[in-house]
Design a binder for this molecule. Sequence first.
Ligand code: IVH
Length: 706
Amino acid sequence: MTDAPPSTLLADQTAYAEAVQLALDAAAAYYGDGTSTLDDDAYDRLVRGIEAYEDEHPEEVLPTSPTGKVAGGAVVGDVPHAVPMLSLDNVFGAGQLADWAASLERRLGRPVAAWSVEPKLDGLAISARYRHGRLVRLVTRGDGAAGEDVSHAIGTVVGLPSRLAEPVTVELRGEVLMTASQFEEACAKRRAHDGTTFANPRSAAAGTLRAQDRPYVCELTFFGYGALPYPDDVSETAEWLRGLPHSEVMAWVAGQGVQTTAATSVAGIVAETLEGVRERVEEIAAVRPELPFGIDGIVIKCDLAGDQAQAGFSSRAPRWAVAYKLPATEKITKLVGVEWNTGRTGVIAPRAVLEPVELDGSVVTYATLHNASDIARRGLMLGDSVTVYKAGDVIPRVEAPVVHLRTGDERPIEIPKVCPTCGDAIDASQERWRCVRGRACRTIASIGYAAGRDQLDIEGLAENRILQLLNAGLIADFADLFFLTREQVLGLERMGETSTDNLLAAIERAKAQPLSRVFCALGVRGTGRSMSRRIARHFGSMDAIRAADAGAIEAVEGIGPKKSPAVVAELAELAPLIDKLVAAGVTMTEPGWTPPAAPVVTVVTGVDGGDGGEAPATSGDASGLPLAGMSVVVTGSMSGALESLTRNQMNELIERAGGRSSSGVSAKTSLLVAGEKAGSKRAKAESLGVRIVGPEEFAGLVGPFL
Ligand code: IVH
């Protein structure tokens, strides 16, 4: 067989017994409160090792062995399932998938005519029982034969309506999970309540589904993947459903108002050949890092009811379906350090430095740790083996130390006693620690940020120079730079005439930067470079931005009702700084901007197509611009007319031309600009059929905006 996965080698009966116990404990934790004492890979390796040992020594098989059992034999419930809720067998890689399909076709004695290919959602299986169209009971999978009644969650699960479109009696099966945003929100609620957070979306969903008396409510999401008439139901609808291909059953489920994956970029499809299956597997795997919910594989099923019926079931899993596993999103690695940083607003937060580990398509080296009490509560130590989680949109996070892997060399994590940035006191009265100086603590960093290449681009203003200016009392914020006199700068140590003149000239040039960069320089929380450009393009002037209330700010793409009041409040706080910038003569408009209602100006460039042409107008309304409505990603090194542009300048160019710049390729990407040494983004764009152009062709497309 090809691509056989590794397994743990068990030397003797004692090792076997220990392995069984370890697997049982891990499964109990995983299916219990959703925590993990072993990562998925380690668990799978262990179970494969147990299987191998049992094959060799069938007389020694322990009754408690997790092999061949749903949920590793870890859980039981008290509500029987009319039809058992089974597991799926796994395959790893295309070779094993082909082996599995071949053996299934041998069993059927004919080729499988249609395969359904769909994502394997990473949550908890649930049975939703509808009577006459009303949702009457929610039951977990449990041990497959009986599960736990979690009907109290009815009404908190998005996508699972309390009434179906028709008054049918049917059992729906699907996965309950938390999307990335539901997860962030749930963590914030829990942090506010008791200072703790959830380990990962899966365990957050597990805990939330079972929780009955929490003082806060967290939202969950349901995606259906099957519908079963009750075995004793002989109604016409039941008979009809039993004979439908799986793909049509799912279309019917969606028609009842229940969420399926149909509206997502990983919607189930029907493939007629194994080659088609493999293509869809590749596509789903490629977009996985951008999905707003976790998937841990791809499920491949016989689509036709007749094939399913003939293939039947083993004790643990159907023979007509298999899970193609994707790499784990949770792995164990080493915690090598903890860094403490003061954010722009004065919040002091620790972050974990990890031995690099690959998770969900990216190498993770840093992960969030929420605060000092979080570290203490979890008993983390330097050198610990820790479980790290990263999937889709979720920020990488350290879940827990794996205590049984400790060697005795672990050391306590030092908790700072003073602000790591300025050395002043820490206000530790709340869960989130802050420097007592608040925003002022970060003066050096925030001036450095404002002067940075992608903001005001003031060359020659290094951190030591900023410190010198601050210490001499010449500046207190970055607006003060614009009022520096030649004498003042010359008076500083190590400042000659040439460097003084160069610095002052660079500061003078910064006054002409467009509003988008000036706004970005303010460092308003949650508004980085691309958001600043969107805000500037939407409003056109600083006056208009300052006059906007939260509702008006929300009209900018990407600013939701949560962020908008914070933006308004911060702008009010920054009023003196902005006033100073205005007084200094810094640009407060977006060049060429026209109000959204006005017609878009079409500009004909000079015949030479060179520097002489005026840039066309940008406006709140992008229609008519060459990249209107397009999401554009840049990768590799640029050449020709674009050679000297930084990534930020490329993004500015894209947005001037009406497009949206984005850093990752996904199914939503309209265009990839791929220069030399383009790597994985190019491969991904190819697999998704995204249009790819080289730098020269792109320069031609956006020429007038260059
Ligand atoms: S079909 C008879 N389809 O995976 C079993 N399961 O490892 C039919 N899962 O318990 C299951 N996405 O919780 C199926 N599209 C999907 C799925 C899916 C996630 C889960 C489900 C099941 C587990 C099996």
